[in-house]
Design a protein around this ligand. Structure first.
Ligand code: ZN
Length: 65
């Protein structure tokens, strides 16, 4: 399946809060650095199908302010 994009709600320090395309809830992820696209398994993966868990989602943070 194609990998969906999660909307970035906010970025603070090295954490991004994204709007999950699977459950429409917010999930918080540690990020390597800002200004890149990252790929994550959904934080709600326990209740997702295995295909969704593997696909996860991508999100792109803006660069350092
Ligand atoms: Zn979710």
């Amino acid at each position: 399946m194609t990998i969906p994009t999660a909307e970035v709600v906010s970025v603070r320090n090295r954490h991004a809060v994204v709007l999950c395309p699977y459950c429409n809830q917010r999930h918080r992820h540690a990020i390597e650095r800002r200004g890149t696209t990252e790929h994550r398994a959904p934080a709600c993966g326990l209740v997702r199908s295995s295909a969704q868990r593997v696909a996860g989602y991508r999100f792109t943070t803006e660069g350092e302010p």
